[in-house]
Design a binder for this molecule. Structure first.
Ligand code: FMN
Length: 370
């Protein structure tokens, strides 16, 4: 296939894989697509190790990284956030909810350490992101994408100076226009059916609006794409490729443990919710007892970024250690209803391309019908 995105990045097919998992990134790039590693939950050392691993396993194929550059967050400066800094009402609420459910507390001698280790991995401020970028630039990354917020012009200029294209996610046309003005090379238009942070507009409405608003910049269509007919719809609406997140979660390469994977396979599309529990900003996750708890009348408000993510470290560890799968939440889009059994990244790309070609042929038959 040839689109402006395949040309820009030297890839075979315009299928992009967002993932927090290095195996997915390497596998999708090896299969001819473009793997993008999310770096927000990694320390600098972890990121360096993961990118080294990708370099060794990606067979020279191009890949990129995705960073969080939110416009609004609590200023942390150089201060290391410790469990004692987390907002008490929300921390206590979570403790009470999990105590009531009989989910064991973390062993007292290890709790502070375990939580601290997780806090140290949450990199969401501009300073932290810049430090991660420094690490990533020691590796042959071929694109950088900004997840939340418009990337600062200086960051865009720095990356352009190194010949690295920059993209940014947008959930509404006005954001996409801001990104364009900051000098990005492509936009990822992400509809509200997507997993992770989302806006309010569905893909079918958003994609053409963004494509028209930022023309002639190329746009990747995200939110609800996991098969060839969805990819054909995106291309028909004017996109130069598709950017997928949820579909890789059901693969054998994905980061999900077996219990959560089984819950995904059993879930219907209506089993996801947009909740602020993960980061303080609305994000689509698999509905769980934990997301329901935040809807209770006695729930406090959500903490601002990045404190909400940080205060969820302890409940996350408790639920994980207790193997309480009904309490586990994880970002996933409405596409979850179509993910029914384990497959591989390579198979997904193969199936997507087959179905895409069938759809394109169908268009051809309709258009050329006598
Ligand atoms: C598990 C998961 C985590 C995500 N985390 C991020 C993130 O850190 N940064 C980001 O730009 N997008 C993130 N996203 C959103 C994806 O980049 C992508 O836009 C979205 O998954 C596309 O919609 P889909 O889920 O229907 O495929 C995440 C998505 C999922 C499913």
């Amino acid at each position: 296939m040839k689109t402006r995105m395949t040309e820009m990045l030297g890839i075979d097919v315009p299928i992009f894989a967002f993932s927090h998992c290095r195996d997915v990134v390497a596998e999708v790039s090896k299969a001819g697509g473009f793997g993008v590693l999310g770096v927000a939950y990694k320390t600098a050392d972890q990121l360096d190790t993961e990118l080294k691993w990708i370099d060794e396993h990606v067979g020279g194929k191009p890949y990129g990284i995705d960073v969080l550059l939110p416009n609004k967050y609590e200023k942390l400066g150089d201060r290391r956030i410790t469990p004692a800094d987390l907002p008490a009402p929300q921390v206590e609420f979570m403790r009470r909810v999990l105590d009531e459910a009989g989910i064991p507390r973390l062993p007292e001698d290890m709790a502070a350490n375990l939580v601290q280790q997780m806090l140290d991995r949450i990199n969401m401020t501009r300073e932290q992101t810049e430090a991660l970028l420094d690490v990533a630039l020691r590796h042959p990354i071929k694109a950088v994408v900004s997840a939340l917020g418009t990337p600062p012009r200086e960051t865009v200029a720095r990356l352009h100076g190194l010949g690295i294209p920059v993209g940014a996610l947008a959930g509404k046309p006005a954001h996409a226009v801001d990104h364009k003005e900051a000098g990005v090379d492509f936009i990822v238009a992400q509809g509200m059916e997507a997993g992770g942070h989302t806006g309010k507009l569905s893909s079918m409405i958003l994609w053409p609006q963004v494509i028209d608003a930022v023309a002639p910049l190329p746009v990747l269509a995200a939110g609800g794409v996991g098969r060839g007919r969805q990819m054909a719809a995106a291309i028909a609406l004017g996109a130069d490729g598709v950017w997928c997140g949820s579909i890789w979660l059901g693969t054998r390469e994905s980061e999900l443990g077996p219990e959560l994977k089984e819950r995904f396979f059993a879930a219907k599309s209506e089993d996801t919710v947009q909740s602020r529990l993960r980061s303080g900003k609305p994000a689509r996750v698999l509905r769980s007892k934990l997301s329901d708890a935040w809807e209770r009348a006695d729930a406090p408000g959500f903490a601002p970024m990045p404190y909400q993510t940080m205060l969820m470290a302890e409940p996350h560890l408790r639920v994980e250690r207790g193997r309480e799968s009904a309490w586990q939440y994880y970002p996933v889009g409405q596409l979850v209803g179509d993910i029914k059994s384990e497959t591989s990244c390579r198979q997904i790309i193969y199936d997507m391309m087959n179905e895409f070609v069938e759809a394109a042929e169908r268009f051809g038959r309709i258009v050329h019908a006598e």
